[in-house]
Design a protein around this ligand. Sequence first.
Ligand SMILES: *Cc1c(COP(=O)(O)O)cnc(C)c1O
Length: 414
Amino acid sequence: MTRLGETPPLHPAFSLFPVVNGTLSVGGMSLSALSDRAGGTPFYVYDRAKMTERVKLLRRHFPSEIKLHYAVKANPMPDVVAHLAKWVDGADVASGGELTVAKNAGFSAAETSFAGPGKRPEELAQAVEWGALVNVESVREVDILTRLAEELGRSPRVAVRVNPDFGLKHSGVKMGGGPQPFGVDVEQVPLLLAEIGRRRLTFEGFHIFSGSQNLQSAAIVESQNLTLELAIRLSAWAPGPVRVLNIGGGFGIPYFPGDQPLDLAPIGENLRRWMTPLRAALPEAQITGEMGRYLVGEAGVYVCRILDRKVSRGKTFLVVDGGMHHHLAASGHFGQVIRKNFPVAIGNRMGEPATETVSIVGPLCTPMDLLADCIDLPLAQVGDFVVVFQSGAYGFTASPHRFLSHPPPSEILV
Ligand SMILES: *Cc1c(COP(=O)(O)O)cnc(C)c1O
């Protein structure tokens, strides 16, 4: 714990963006310039160069044969998706709405896949008409796709999303292993594959995604090994060659004090070792990794302004014009078990020593509307900027923005 008067140890996020005359700058623009561009606070700003850097970083570590997809749900802002469409190989979408976003952003049907535990018939039709790959997650979906094949005179492209018999250890979010609404349990996959073989469907391969927000490369390596072994085993039941093998992602970013950035080197080395055995076992398979948070999370900053300073029985509150209705994750209510502060700063007082302990709250009449609890910050005034780092993923669209009828934040890409 830093004592007042000391400069706190900086979260790695603090060095992501330059500081000019004590003020944070994103994409070469100061906070006031950004605020003008956004039409005032609160707003999200996303730095396109940071996203590009992340894609390049992954490509430096991964074998060149591996394709990289963007999981649109992490940040579906159209400009962000259009930017990534220029840099990654494909998109993974989780709804008909996201499918439209990916299409409009310039992704092709051939490089878009659609996963999700509850796909409506209209959404499946939308995917089939466009020609996207459907990652099927139940027999019902196979039935609907078979009907659509007849109606539309098409042969829908399908991959089987597998719920493996293992999870991704040490993950912030577990999405595979044990009972899951996602995918088809591995035990049931051989029967489903046989069924797919009897239908007018084009079998493409497998999708195996076991977890998210992981910072431990050893856990990711282990889960990738299990995933690749599983895919090879399942291919024995496949009605055709495996052409697509989506091995998921799960790459996390450091949010909280003590979190260390993910070390990509061991993951890249392990994947490199796999390329030869994979070519032997699944010669036609295109291996794909899908990333959401890792590509966009660090590129985004949420910016709001201090509306009021209040002291209540010795506790100081900074009341800001944004809050949990825009940024649920920073309030601690997006899947966190224990509430911890996101990296937060007074954006126009960067580098000033911390001189007081404050809590930063939003305008909502609920104690849940808390952006930072008891943090040490420089003495801040009404009108100062509060910035929340690591806000490029699962921000605005993962928040209850209609709650209390405040206006939504703007989002800008710089
Ligand atoms: C949410 C999701 C992702 C993205 O996860 P991140 O942690 O943002 O990388 C990838 N694939 C599937 C199937 C998902 O549901």
